[in-house]
Design a protein around this ligand. Structure first.
Ligand code: ADP
Length: 612
């Protein structure tokens, strides 16, 4: 890990991005369908915006006329009242039109943000484990928050300010030129300086902003992982260290932001300075022209008003280019995410609606995780006929979970190595394979909802009777009924806390309810004692008669009734047979079995001795 706490996944992300950083503006095509979809709303919005600018530009003309009238002695109270009334009417129209463009244009950017967010979430949901191993949750969350809001700002206020500044700037120049083109040329002479300055600073701005966004991803991930492992942090007394590390990450974030602010700190004051340079020129030369009568006093006042009107577009140039840079950088990051493809996809032309009976055939299966040279499964061959109860045992790291992952189709496997009902799984659609298998992973995931919701989440049409039946089969029904709200008990953050064993049995009940031809339980009862595990496996086996069951366990005794047991060691199957056959063989299985049962026996004896 690098000092800033930068994770491997993040550095991988940065490297990946640097490699393909061709032209970030190409990411703009991500939003082009929405520009098309909302084209009427956008056009009307911009027309309203331009109308506001136009009306604003009319005001100095009225002031000019009023001043000229005053100077020429033509001004009467009535006349001045008319001028005032026109200005009020213009102000009213401006207020209404501003409301219209705000609703239309800022509304567009909010809608765009919503569409992009939905698209990102739907896309992320299609991606598989390999993606989530590469990208941290914090990084994904930062994309869905910080990056999305910079896109919203760029397409909302950014676009508005760009059009506004462009129109206002050009129109002001036009009106100024109408008064006197030489004075106009002099007034705008310092402006190219601004363009050069903006151009010079913008590439730095882009780089520094990207750094800020990446640091924000790291910070978000750090907060997420700290809170999700809060119990561990407390158990290890790590609060101060965690806070210290967070402080360092936060300091880096502030430093990155300050480096970014240093650029604004240069850009904005310099733009202001250039604006004042123009004012100096106009006051001096324009003033002289007025004295010589080349332009009227009204013209002079109007000219200065137009110059002030130009200050905003000039300032906006820097701001808008920053907003666009940020928006494009963020859009580029979002684009990279949307381009991610799941490693696993249904084969083209895969038949739909095939029903699987549950026979599995594994042929010389060898597997290594993506980007890892080592093979984790080596030449596994196994026939699991329909309805068989297969026990899989072996030391930690021997490859049991990996085998389950491959059967559940969570990683790609080479063709011809896993067959379902005689068909290569690579030729079946993902929906067919996953629809045939109920998988209970080692880590139980429950939602902060009711127990009934958690059990029935894969089958919303399940009846109460069915829910109770599976809970009984998973030996959790009585414990649920003993709770105050029974099946309606909320679990998780603001509900009751369940024990590890209860959580595991709920997960098993959930899988049983799916009623799929194949069920895979990956060490799903590790948190209950050995006898209870044995009893539950018996109960599940009788409930699932006719279904193919694969049960992984690190304890051997509970699997004694399995039709077949395979023993794995370093990615290979080293022994196989029924419990009694394996005991007779006096090999690895028998040694571990006697070790485990004598330990269990000893602890039971110790328990009895304590009781007496
Ligand atoms: P078991 O379930 O028997 O404990 P696993 O299948 O979890 O064994 O692990 C087998 C080997 O594969 C281990 O050496 C482990 O480090 C490696 N492994 C497991 N998951 C991954 C992964 N996602 N990426 C890379 N290696 C992995």
């Amino acid at each position: 890990m690098k000092p800033g706490g930068k994770t491997d996944a993040t550095s991988h992300f940065a490297a990946e991005k640097a490699a393909k950083e061709v032209n970030p503006w190409s990411a703009v095509k991500v939003i082009s369908p929405y520009l098309k979809r909302y084209s009427i709303r956008i056009t009307v919005g911009f027309l309203a915006l331009i109308a506001v600018d136009f009306l604003q530009l009319c005001v100095p003309r009225i002031i000019k006329n009023a001043v000229d009238d005053l100077q020429a002695g033509l001004a009467t109270s009535n006349r001045l009242l008319v001028y005032g009334a026109i200005i009020i009417a213009i102000a009213l129209a401006i207020a209404m039109l501003r409301f219209v463009w705000r609703i239309l244009l800022l509304g567009f950017s909010r809608r765009l943000e919503m569409h992009l967010r939905n698209r990102m979430i739907s896309h992320i949901l299609t991606l598989d484990k390999a993606f989530f191993q590469r990208r941290t949750t914090g990084e994904i969350m930062a994309l869905a928050t910080n990056d999305l809001s910079s896109v919203q700002l760029a397409t909302g206020m950014g676009l508005v300010a760009a059009v506004d500044a462009l129109f206002m700037g050009l129109a002001a120049i036009g009106f100024m030129a109408f008064i006197d083109w030489r004075l106009t040329l002099m007034a705008i002479a310092p402006m190219p300086l601004l363009a050069i300055l903006t151009r010079f600073l913008s590439s730095r701005l882009h780089r520094r902003f990207k750094r800020v966004q990446e640091q924000f991803s790291i910070l978000t991930e750090y907060v997420r992982s700290s809170f999700s492992s809060i119990r561990l942090i407390k158990a290890y007394n790590q609060e101060t260290q965690q806070a210290g590390r967070f402080d360092r990450l936060g300091t880096t974030y502030v430093r990155d932001n300050l480096r970014l602010a240093a650029i604004y700190g240069t850009l904005f004051p310099l733009s202001g300075l250039i604006g004042n340079l123009s004012l100096f020129i106009v006051l001096f030369f324009g003033g002289r022209m007025t004295i010589h009568g080349t332009i009227t006093a009204g013209d002079f006042v109007a000219f200065i008003t137009y110059l002030f009107m130009m200050t905003w577009p000039m300032m906006a140039l820097g701001w808008v280019s920053d907003l666009f840079q940020r928006g494009v950088t963020s859009l580029d990051r979002i684009h990279a995410l949307l381009k991610e493809q799941p490693a696993l996809r249904s084969p083209a032309g895969a038949e739909q609606g095939i029903s699987i009976r549950g026979a599995i055939s594994i042929r010389s299966l060898s597997f290594g995780y993506p980007n890892q040279p080592r093979l984790v499964l080596k030449n596994i061959s196994l026939d699991i006929r329909q309805g068989l109860l297969l026990g899989v045992v072996g030391r930690t790291g021997s490859g049991k979970t990996t085998l389950c992952h491959l059967l559940a189709r969570l990683y790609p496997v080479p063709s011809g190595q896993i067959l379902l009902d005689g068909t290569d799984i690579n030729r079946l659609s993902l929906a067919t394979v996953r629809g045939a298998i109920a998988y209970v992973p080692q880590e139980v995931v429950l939602f902060s909802e009711s127990i009934a919701f958690n059990i029935s989440m894969g089958r919303k049409d399940a009846t109460w009777k069915e829910i109770e039946e599976v809970a009984r089969a998973a030996a959790i029904h009585d414990e649920i009924m003993a709770m105050e709200h029974g099946y309606q008990t909320r679990i998780g953050e603001r509900g009751v806390k369940l024990s590890g064993g209860q959580r595991q049995r709920l997960a098993i009940a959930r899988a049983l309810l799916l009623d799929r031809p194949i069920i895979i339980i990956d060490d799903g009862l590790s948190a209950v004692d050995m006898e209870t595990e044995h009893a539950i496996i018996r109960s599940i086996a009788s409930y699932l008669k006719g279904h193919t069951c694969i049960i992984v366990s690190h304890r051997l005794a509970p699997l004694a009734d399995a039709d077949e047991i395979v023993v794995m060691e370093e990615g290979r199957i080293v022994e196989r047979g029924t419990h009694s056959q394996l005991l007779e063989r006096s090999g690895f299985y028998a040694t571990i079995y006697y070790q485990q049962t004598s330990l269990a026996g000893a602890s039971e004896l110790a328990g009895r001795a304590d009781a007496t």
